[in-house]
Design a protein around this ligand. Structure first.
Ligand code: IMP
Length: 197
């Protein structure tokens, strides 16, 4: 399907961390951020991670005329019926900071007993060979944890300081980057995508 040796794939993200992470795993391909093509951001109108990843990848493939990868990720909390879910990045408003989103989650979880604080990070990665590709490659990762009642740790981003990992006896904001990549939803999804390619 793809011929390794620096085939170009556009990444529907400008996040330098994501670009680095994806390039490090998909070493046979040249990952190009969509900004280099002046591609307008797609509106994430889907109600699932898969829909939003497809929307973003299709937009990037359409404008670049190249294969495109997009990821969509977020936190799913059981007792909140799956919130913040696909709006994890804008839970406290469209311009909300990580800190504001995290605070909103802590407020929503106040008084919830320990046994009902289960949650997971989800990451979906989609690769479209072209904008009209009817059979995208889809890879998913899921990382189980529970939500703390206070923030703990300074690494990572987003909801990491409140995501408790019993098996590691720490929050995901207390993990090294390397350990987080081994365990995380994004690491799982990326390695699976590499195996599909
Ligand atoms: P997006 O996939 O770039 O739209 O980001 C989704 C949002 O989910 C981020 O802004 C974070 O709030 C949250 N999120 C996704 N992955 C992680 C993670 O590994 N740690 C903490 N928060 C995350």
């Amino acid at each position: 399907m793809f011929q390794p040796s620096s085939e170009k794939i556009v990444l529907a993200s400008g996040n330098p961390g994501k670009i680095k992470e994806i390039q490090a795993i998909l070493t046979d391909f040249s990952i190009i951020p969509q900004q280099l093509f002046n591609i307008p951001e797609a509106e994430e109108t889907g109600s699932t991670f898969i829909e939003n990843a497809i929307i973003k990848a299709r937009n990037a493939a359409l404008h670049s005329k190249l294969p495109a990868i997009a990821d969509d990720s977020g936190l799913v909390v059981d007792t909140l019926n799956g919130a913040p879910g696909v709006i994890s990045a804008r839970y406290a408003g469209t311009q909300a900071t990580d800190q504001q989103n995290l605070q909103k989650l802590l407020d929503a979880m106040q008084g919830i007993p320990k046994a009902q604080r289960s949650a997971r990070f989800i990451c979906v990665i989609v690769l479209l060979r072209h904008a009209d590709d009817p059979f995208p490659l889809i890879s998913q990762g899921s990382w189980e944890g529970t939500i703390l009642s206070y923030a703990k740790g300074t690494h990572g981003f987003g909801y990491d300081p409140v995501f408790w990992l019993a098996s590691e006896n720490c929050s995901s904001a207390e993990l090294s980057t390397q350990r987080k990549n081994q365990l995380s939803h994004r690491g799982q999804a990326l390695r699976h995508l590499a195996s599909l390619l």
